[in-house]
Design a binder for this molecule. Structure first.
Ligand code: ADP
Ligand code: MG
Length: 288
């Protein structure tokens, strides 16, 4: 696997040398690979947003480096400028940042800033709308008449239209019902596959992201105590709960069953996996 972003010894201190000094990231290291789907999870205030805002140069490290394709993103002005188009960031509640009179214009805003031609802008707007799950008929409407879920999709389409190599979304499912959340995650997965892009999804709900991501990085007090495949991370279910994380329900149930002395897979986190693990345990018992 080829690294696309390397985070090296990254520390971020807000308001240094004041009474409000806050060490939001503390010597963090993480390599993010081209084409992967990465979930970043942690409770509110753990440092997730601070971490991802470093990846497109929105905030500058207090110490350490962020490399994009091997180059420090702060090493030249051109690179610091360019990184905003290569690494697209969708903020939490991005629907509050819509401002154009039509959905089309809103989605076109990013590509227009990239100084693309009219034809290319049009192609990108339509393609991005499709990836975000918006029908053509929505493009001429005012974003302000849309439902909350649709506004969120418009904002996501606006970033997708820049066709970033890395697409980062800060809590993209916050405030959506489970069906709406699942649809947005499926749309993002389709974008990743079609473009070979890297997709990074930030969430305080592990259940949402664990199903759709190859790897999870757990943020706690400005550090990354666990990084790995969901199964690896969830094998530490009890430690994650101790860090105040909402561990998936099935993972919690299985931890309780294990505590009762039953030898059962600790890495389970979905209902389907739970079924498999229970059937395997029953088969074993019958064989005794
Ligand atoms: P998360 O996204 O996981 O909720 P954040 O990265 O927003 O966490 O915040 C990490 C820590 O940094 C928190 O203690 C938060 O209060 C603090 N923080 C975040 N943004 C700022 C800021 N602009 N100024 C000062 N402190 C901040
Ligand atoms: Mg946040």
């Amino acid at each position: 696997m080829e690294p696309i972003i390397e985070i090296k010894n990254l520390t971020h201190i807000y308001s240094p040398n004041t009474p409000f000094e806050q060490r939001a990231l503390d010597n963090v290291n993480l390599t993010i690979y081209r084409g992967e789907s990465l979930g970043i999870i942690g409770r509110t205030g753990s440092g997730k947003s601070t971490l991802i805002q470093h990846l497109n140069g929105l905030i500058r490290p207090t110490a350490g480096q962020v490399l994009f394709q091997g180059q420090d993103i702060w090493s030249s002005k051109a690179l610091t400028h360019d990184i905003r188009f290569q690494v697209g960031l969708v903020f939490q509640y991005p629907e509050y940042q819509l401002f154009e009179e039509t959905v089309y214009k809103d989605i076109a805003f990013g590509p227009r800033n990239m100084k693309l031609g009219e034809e290319e802008i049009d192609r990108r707007v339509r393609r991005a709308a499709e990836f975000a799950g918006l029908g053509d008929e929505v493009l001429s409407r005012s974003p302000f008449e849309l439902s909350g879920g649709q506004k969120r999709r418009v904002a996501i389409a606006g970033v997708i239209a820049m066709e970033p190599k890395v697409l980062i979304l800060d809590e993209p499912t916050a405030g959506l019902d489970p069906a709406g959340a699942a649809r947005i995650l499926a749309n993002l997965e389709a974008y990743r596959r079609a473009n070979g892009a890297t997709v990074i999804i930030v969430s305080h709900s592990m259940e949402d992201v664990a199903r759709l991501t190859h790897r999870l990085a757990v943020v706690s007090h400005g550090k990354l105590p666990y990084v790995g495949a969901p199964r690896e991370v969830f094998s530490h279910g009890e430690e994650l709960e101790a860090l105040g994380l909402a561990v998936p329900a099935m993972n919690r149930v299985f931890a309780r069953v294990r505590a009762l002395g039953v030898d059962i897979d600790p890495a389970v986190y979905t209902v389907e996996q739970a079924k498999e693990a229970l059937l395997a345990a029953l088969r074993e018992k019958e064989g005794e």
